[in-house]
Ligand binder design. Structure first.
Ligand code: AMP
Length: 407
């Protein structure tokens, strides 16, 4: 069975094709047959396409300006044309899984896409104006290519957090907010859920008896407190702006700052939106970049502003890890994943250091040795520390398969 995964972001469309031999789920993620990506850069009048197949064929191409819809159709056509061909025709695709960022309060798990589901994804664009429209467009593109007969499954980034208790998801504002859907939803759920399941596999423990904190530290970043397999707290909220300091997002700040910027500095709403999402965090504070590698390089040359930005990043990370503990009542494993979580041993070490009082002991050698899906705590540590390579696309494929086969 061949499953196509569509993962649409604000300025990119990632996609991959998996084959499940014998139509069942393998224990370990298989290599995709085909991986494709388009990137649209603001101010650049072409889209950049990259395609890679499991046989090692690579296509790199710049497309002349067209619509996102047409560019994505072209990307997908490389599945059955040219050097990157891996299938004879689109009919070979049995199932499509789509990442959809916002499922609101309604979708507590993945669903087969119907006209009603599409209408709801569109309605929820109110809460995710950048992502839900492009996620919906991805569904329309695959419908155009494959027709209505190929089942499509929407896998929501918010669904894993549907188990948050009311005390964790209600803001201490006005009750009407809750009635208007202004509440905490949480994001990165596909990654948090995948990492929790993978952690149980690595530890050879039952997920139903584990207390985990998953640190998804990429350009966007969030934590999830996972008790007995379900999310009980998380750092992102109504939008992905809340919580940790991120690459270019501020994370949580005093709302009074926003009032001041509006009142005294004359910011428009759009300017504020751009500022908090694109010009803050590591980027805004360091004045260097949103990329930790650039910050590290700047620190190595004595850049004190970059050093201070990193100190704030670490302080906030520790602070939020600590804030996850009461919902768990203990900790069996601390997990690091995504770009920074998987590749930055100094961040892992700094995040772990203040939790030695819990009996957590990091093995510095294992931490430094590019661990992948590995336990990097010492044997006598009271808390396991795991580095897990998050595989969101594979998680989407798995979810699509699970929903499709159990419907
Ligand atoms: P993601 O959003 O998961 O793709 O993560 C992207 C971020 O991970 C980048 O912006 C970097 O800050 C960080 N990153 C990726 N590779 C490394 C690395 N080798 N060392 C430190 N940080 C890295």
């Amino acid at each position: 069975m061949k499953i196509l995964v569509m993962n649409a972001g604000s300025s990119s469309q990632k996609s991959c094709l998996y084959e499940l031999p014998g139509g069942s789920l393998p224990e370990h993620p298989p290599e995709p047959l085909w991986e494709g990506q388009i990137t649209w850069v603001e101010g650049v009048d072409h889209a950049s396409v990259k395609v890679k197949t499991h046989q090692g064929h690579v296509l790199k191409q710049d497309l002349p300006p067209q619509s996102r819809f047409d560019d994505t159709l072209k990307l997908l056509k490389t599945l059955w044309t040219g050097d990157t061909q891996v299938i004879r025709s689109p009919e070979e695709i049995a199932l499509v899984g789509h990442r959809v960022v916002h499922g609101g309060s309604h979708y507590r798990q993945s669903v087969v896409v119907t006209a009603a589901v599409k209408a709801e994804i569109e309605r929820l664009a109110e809460f995710a104006p950048v992502h839900n429209p492009v996620n919906l467009e991805g569904i329309q593109i695959t419908e155009t290519l494959l027709g209505n007969q190929t089942p499509q499954v929407a896998v929501f980034d918010t669904a894993f957090h549907a188990t948050l208790p009311p005390a964790a998801y209600i803001y201490p504002g006005r009750y009407e907010w809750l009635e208007q859907g202004i509440r905490r939803y949480g994001f990165h759920g596909i990654s948090h859920q995948y990492c929790a399941q993978r952690a149980a596999q690595i530890l050879q423990r039952d997920l139903a008896n584990l207390r985990l904190i998953n640190c998804h530290l990429g350009n966007g970043a969030s934590l999830s407190a996972i008790r007995n397999g379900v999310s009980v707290d998380t750092t992102m909220g109504f939008t992905p702006l809340e919580g940790l300091m991120m690459g270019s997002r501020s994370g949580s700040i005093d709302p009074g700052i926003i009032i001041r910027l509006l009142r005294q500095e004359g910011y428009t709403v759009d300017q504020l939106d751009h500022l908090l999402n694109n010009d803050c965090g590591l980027e805004g504070l360091s004045g260097v970049s949103n990329d930790l590698r650039d910050i590290d390089a700047a620190i190595a040359t004595g850049n004190q502003q970059a050093e201070q930005a990193l100190e704030v990043y670490i302080h906030r990370l520790r602070w939020h890890i600590g804030a996850m503990l009461p919902s768990l009542g203990g900790l069996d494993a601390l997990i690091f994943t995504a770009g920074i979580g998987e590749n930055a041993p100094q961040i892992r070490a700094a995040a772990c250091a203040p939790f030695e009082f819990l009996g957590l002991k990091l093995d510095p050698e294992k931490n430094a040795n590019r661990p992948v899906d590995q336990d990097i705590a010492t044997p006598d540590s009271a808390v396991r520390v795991l580095v897990i390579h998050t595989q969101e696309d594979w998680a989407i494929a798995q979810e699509a398969w699970r929903i499709y086969t159990t419907r």
